[in-house]
Design a protein around this ligand. Structure first.
Ligand code: TTP
Length: 473
């Protein structure tokens, strides 16, 4: 029997690793928003720069910090004023604002530019605004056959700057890395990684010359290891994980650094089993982990501790969903339904713009609308933080329809959140306030599919606001 029950949809799924070795890369842009702003304002290039949220309290919250500023101790957790104390010459750039909220289009489009370049060499999965997984197995295999590493006459400068996990480099690191890449006695899997490293070095060089952005990468035999490696040496560097180095890499790795173990599952492992590192997990048999966490999650944990991961690169360059959200911290929290209604309308407008863009550019439509919110309940003077239930319904196109549906979802969620609540409008002049405070709202459109036929954007314009949902239901 499974002892620890967690929400099923959040549990990791164990997938068998293919028998043939793959070459997977995880590419992550460095201090992304800061680089985008430095490209937009060339005078900031090479200077300490940070991007701050539109909310200007204490100089605004930092969301991206350039590596020049990090040298002065500036961190993302700081506010602008604090950053200026640490680095008086820092340039603080405000995130663009539209509809009274952060407008991330600039960054999203910059991420797409990079994706388009990376996708030239293999299957490309856009994992976030600035992260991509690549499956370059085919390209690396072809290179190994046509131009094996031991025959390389001159080595790519970027490839030579690679870091190889487990490789001791006492002298000139580039010489030692060159030897590693070109070893005649290397196993085929390591040779594939060497070819992968050369390909990723070329792609990173292309990204830099075509977009001016630097990125860092991890190259390994699976997604989990590639992701772990990409953050090991930043900025503008790449790290290779040979199979022989996996156990050494994982032994002391804090459990929360592993994808999907940063949340409740990782917390459970730590609190209930005293597991602090991936190495600590090795003491549990697969059967024991299955007893504790269920068959699939148990197997996933057992494999994860050994660096085994069968997840495929999904071949998706477009986002799986669109969302539009805003937070209302502290005194800005929303205190009544009309304030919620106002912001829901604003967010619906932004969401509809992005849905229009997706039809226009990609011929895709979304089918599910979900409302998430953060809410606090006041009771007997105390603030109770409890999870506000997310609610979904079929998505109807048109900003008014989205707003109406989202308002209905909010009220439905509020009734579940606080069943005794009376939502009827307050009498005019009443000073009684609602017993809740909304600290954040987000609308998301998901379940995205290709339009059954290619509709022209003008046609969509004519239909916008009408019930277009039946096209694809
Ligand atoms: P990250 O990849 O987490 O960080 P980064 O690219 O700024 O820096 P690093 O070189 O260390 O990877 O985030 C990507 C962008 O996402 C970041 O530039 C700004 C944005 N972002 C936020 O807006 N809020 C956040 O809390 C985080 C973590 C990121």
């Amino acid at each position: 029997m499974c002892v620890f029950v967690l929400e099923k949809r959040r549990m990791p799924v164990a997938r068998p690793e293919p028998v043939e070795a793959r070459v997977i890369a995880h590419v992550d842009l460095d201090c992304f928003y800061a680089q985008v702003e430095q490209r937009r304002h060339p005078e900031l290039r090479g200077k300490p720069t940070a991007v701050v949220q539109y909310n200007s309290w204490k100089g605004g919250a930092l969301i991206a910090v350039s590596y020049e500023a990090r040298k002065f101790g500036v961190k993302r957790s700081m506010r602008g004023e604090e950053a200026r104390k640490a680095c008086p010459d820092i340039h603080l750039v405000q995130v663009p604002v539209a509809h009274d909220k952060a407008d991330l289009k600039l960054y999203r489009d910059a991420g797409s530019e990079v994706c388009a370049i990376l996708a030239r060499m293999g299957k490309c999965e856009r994992a976030s605004i600035d992260e991509v997984y690549l499956d370059i197995t085919e390209a690396a295999t072809a290179r190994l056959i046509q131009d094996p590493p031991q025959c390389w006459v001159s080595l790519d400068k970027e490839a030579l700057k690679s870091h190889v996990v487990g490789l001791a480099t006492d002298g000139d690191a580039t010489v030692e890395v060159g030897h590693w890449l070109q070893r005649k006695d290397a196993e085929q899997n390591d040779q594939l990684l060497a070819c992968g490293a050369a390909i990723i070095a070329e792609l990173r060089t292309a990204v830099l010359s075509e977009t001016q952005f630097t990125c860092s990468a991890g190259i390994a035999h699976n997604k989990m290891l590639a992701k772990l490696a990409s953050g090991m040496h930043k900025p503008a560097q790449q790290t290779i994980v040979p199979s022989s180095a996996v156990q050494g890499l994982l032994t002391d790795l804090p459990i929360n650094k592993i994808g999907q173990l940063g949340g409740k599952l990782g917390h459970l492992l730590e609190v209930e089993l005293g597991v602090k590192t991936a190495g600590d997990l090795l003491q549990f048999s697969e059967a024991k982990l299955q007893d504790l966490f269920g068959m699939n999650t148990g197997t996933w944990l057992w494999r994860t501790a050994r660096g085994i991961n069968g997840d495929e690169v999904q071949g998706r360059m477009l986002p799986k969903s669109h969302s539009s959200g805003k937070t209302f911290p502290g005194p800005k929290s929303l205190k009544d339904l009309s304030a919620v209604g106002h912001w829901v309308r604003e967010l619906a407008e932004v969401l509809q713009e992005r849905l229009d863009m997706d039809i226009e550019q990609n011929n895709r439509i979304a089918r599910l609308l979900t409302l998430h919110a953060g809410c606090h309940l006041h009771s007997s003077g105390a603030d109770h933080a409890r999870k506000f239930p997310s609610q979904s319904c079929a998505l109807r196109y048109g900003k008014e329809k989205i707003a109406d549906d989202a308002n209905r979802l909010f009220e439905k969620a509020l009734r579940k959140f606080c069943p005794t609540l009376n939502l009827s409008p307050r009498k005019k002049g009443s000073t009684a306030s609602f017993p809740w405070r909304v600290t954040g709202i987000s609308l998301s459109a998901s379940n995205i599919v290709a339009t059954p036929m290619v509709y022209s954007f003008n046609l969509l314009r004519c239909l916008k606001g009408s019930m277009v949902m039946f096209w694809f239901m």
